[in-house]
Design a protein. Structure first.
Length: 93
């Protein structure tokens, strides 16, 4: 559930979906994805780890993303609560 109906408090949840690399397009900058954490290669040669509520890897499809994010948001809307899904990023050609 995205909100707590007993207290009325709402929490913003964050998610990332790592798309598969396209053949011949760029280099691998994602060092690892483990559960909620994603480790990226830094331009200066180091690395940086980011944490999310959900982290979907290249093998996760639209159905998995929908079940974890879309379906609960729709249930909230149908129960009379506000819900927003904001999506940004490249898509496969």
């Amino acid at each position: 559930m995205l909100g707590d109906k007993t207290t009325g408090r709402v929490r913003v949840r964050t998610a990332v979906r790592i798309r598969p690399l396209l053949a011949g397009k760029g280099k691998k900058t994602i060092l690892s994805q483990n559960g909620r954490n994603v480790q990226l290669e830094s331009p200066n040669g180091g690395s940086k780890t980011y944490s999310f509520d959900y982290a979907f890897g290249p093998r996760d499809g639209q159905a998995e993303v929908y079940e974890k994010l879309g379906n609960p948001a729709i249930k909230e809307v149908l129960s009379g609560f506000n819900s927003t899904i904001f999506s940004y990023g490249q898509t496969n050609p």
